[in-house]
Each structure stands twice: as structure tokens, then as C-alpha cells.
Ligand binder design. Sequence first.
Ligand SMILES: [Cu+2]
Length: 487
Amino acid sequence: MDTKKMGLILGLLGFFFLDGLLLCMARPQIRYYDFVLQESNFTKLCSTKSLLTVNGSFPGPTIKARRGDTVIVNVHNQGKYGVTIHWHGVKQPRNPWSDGPENITQCPIKPGANFTYEVILSTEEGTLWWHAHTSWYKQDVQAMITNSIETGVNPSTSDAFTINGKPGDRYNCSSDSIYRLKVKYGKTYLLRIVNAVMNEEHFFAIAKHNLTVVGQDGAYIKPINTNYIMITPGQTMDILFTANQNLSHYYMASAPFFDSTVAFNNSTTTAVVQYEGKYSAPSSPFFPNLPFYNNTEAAEYFTKRVRSLASKEHPINVPKNITTRIYISVALNRLLCPNNSCNTTAGDRQSASLNNITQGTKARMINYGEVVEIVYQNTNLGAPESHPMHLHGFSFYLVGTGSGNFNNVTDPSTYNLVDPPELNTINLPKNGWAAIRFIAENPGVWFLHCHLERHGTWGMDTVLIVKNGKSMDQRIRRPPAHMPPCS
Ligand SMILES: [Cu+2]
């Protein structure tokens, strides 16, 4: 089988966002990259804006590496603001110094300064990605987001979604801004899909073509044959499809799965799968059937099919004897503003919390080697919705999900301890719960947060601090000689 590899990034237009792909697959090498952060002008949706890019490209450059490699990335900040970069899904054993969250594991790289990240790949295989881990209120959206944070109102919805930086022909001034994937009849293609959208989970499909999902979040899964996927912000998927239809043009399309009642962008981004050869192309390509935006059953049906490959070549090791149990309630809240300090009519503001604590003001300490189970309980204080919960420094097994309140007597009997998926970002169902397991063998400070930017910004975040073990190889590495200074 001849497989072609293509990266596809579902993105969003109108926000400052750096994104790219990190491809990993065996034999340790050191690879070097230079990332120059610079402002570049791009024209989309009838207007020209300056975006902060890496090396002038949007989407950013792809990093290619193999399982076990180390990637050295020297980041030179030639932009106007302090920035950090996160290597999403890379476990970074004993090396939180290069993980990236701003003001959590490092201070920002100032304009004119540089910082060298040491991205240590270990067991990851498949597709991962990198993105800025800096507050997203930058550039021309700064005023809007600053206002949103100060007043506690929802930020404006986005203008468009994009596939590989292109919105597609359903938006104004965009008919010639569409990504075209040329395919040869009979070949099988590998799509590397990243949901880099700021605030919406997405359904994705290709007209008249079946998809075979073979990897998620940098680990193999049992192949899933499907005609659509649901992918949450932060997740990555490796998907095969075979060009086995009549020579023609076919849309691939992506649109939100959204189960809340607040305003959101319900538009559809498109790209075209275009067969090579002689034929007369249709005036309008075939369009795929995407589930309706609020089709929770379709979202859950897909998500529940995801299982680890768990083969001899790709064994898994699901923790059984739990030594540390952590229960985290995940909520959207309203926060009172003393002396009307928020300028809202109600005198309160949007907030978000984990265990009723907002803005990560408490950290959870975990001893080295503890066998951890976290149960996330989604609550319906305020407008309920599902949350893409992301943990840095680990991949973990998603052993169970369910609706309603978690019952610690009956629900564990429903766990999948045979072939649960190994992930770094999960979809915590609306008004439901999710249970994850991992062994705390990575000392450091690790960020845990909702990957919807507006929720993270409002306080749906915290850190897990895993303490050093006894032996040298169980202790956090020394910091690099030159970390960005904090003042
Ligand atoms: Cu959230």
C-alpha cells in the first residue's frame, strides 16, 4: 500500500495563534530547528491583518522526528509581546523546563530575546503539535479579550474556521482561498488532523469517502471505520482514506459540535479532495453529511469507539492498583465583583473553576510513583457543556465516562481496563464524568486545563506537582543555563 502523508490543521481565523505539526514515528537522533517569531501580513475574509507567525508561514512549519528523538528548537522572538511555545502531547520526561506554559513552568520569551527548547520525545508515535502557550489576548483582538477578561462577558465569536490556514469557499472573499488535496485514484492517504480551534469541538468528514482512524494523541488505536470524526480542541488524529471513488472533486468539511447555549460560530470550513486525471469536474463538489451541531449522540458514539491498539508490538499497561484518587469538579461559574468592579449590569462576571477554585490558586502535590486515578465531574452550575480536559507531562488511559454524577460504587464496574485509549486530551461529557489513570513517574510541575481558551482564561486550570523520587533518574533535570528571566 502506498501511503501519502498530509497534515491537516483545523484552525480558526481572527485570533493570534501559532500552530504546526510535530510528527513522530524510531532510532534516537537530535534534530535542530530555528523558529523566528515575526509579524507577517495575511489577507483573509476581505481584510488584511498582521499575524504573529513562525518563520513567516501560516500554519507554522512542520517538525519531523521519530520516536525517541530529541528536537532542539531555538525560538527567537521578533514579535511585540512575550511568548512561549508548548509541545502538545510530548511527555517531556523529567524536563518541565521545556514544556512551555507561560508563568507556570517558564516566564515569557521577551521581544528581542531567544530561548532554546529541548523537546524530548519518548514513546509518542503519530501526530502531535505545537502552539503558543501564551494568553491569547494579543494583536488586534487584544482589546476584545482584555474587555472580556475585565468585564467577565463572553468574548466575541470567531469569524471563521480554517483548514491548513484557509477558510474555504463558504466565507466572503474566500472562494479562491481553499485548500486542495490532489489525490491519485487507488492510493491511500494518511491525514494528520489537529484540532487547533480555540473554542469549539468539531465534526469532520469527506464526501463519499470512508475514514479509518488509526491513531489519536500520539498513540495507536484499534482502527475505526467511520464516515465522520469528532475531535476536540487539543486532540490529534491519524486517519487513512483511500481514493476509491469516481474521478471528481469532493469536499472535506469541518463544523462545530457544540452542546452549550451560549453564542458560538456555527460556520463550516471546507477543503477539496481533487482526483488527478481527465474528467469534467462538477460545478459544485459533492458535500459530506456532517452530524448536526448539537448531535451529542453522534459525538459520543464516535468517542466511545476509541480503544488502544493494545497489540504485541504496541502493548499497553493500564494501572490497576490505585494509590491516589483525585476528584475534580469542573464548573462554569459567576463570580461576584466587589464594588461593581466589572462594569457588568449584574455585578458579576464569567468565571470557571476546578474544585471551586479559580485561576489555579491551589496546586495538588503527588508523590513520585503514585498510581493515580482522576475522576472529572462535569457540573451544571451555569450553562453546562462538554470540556476538552488536557494534562501536560503525561499520556493517560481514559478508563471510563458516563452521564450524571459519578458513583464510586457502581461506575468503576463499567471501566474498560482492557484496551482504554491512551490520550492527552479528553472530551469530558456535558453533565457527565470521565475517569483517567496514570502512574506519576514524571517529576515536575504540570499544567492541567480545559483546552477551550475562554474557559482556561476564566480559571478552569490548575497544576499537578509530581515530587522527585529517590534515584537520580527519578528526579527533575537541572534547569537549562538560560531560562527567560521573570522580570
Ligand atoms: Cu471548558
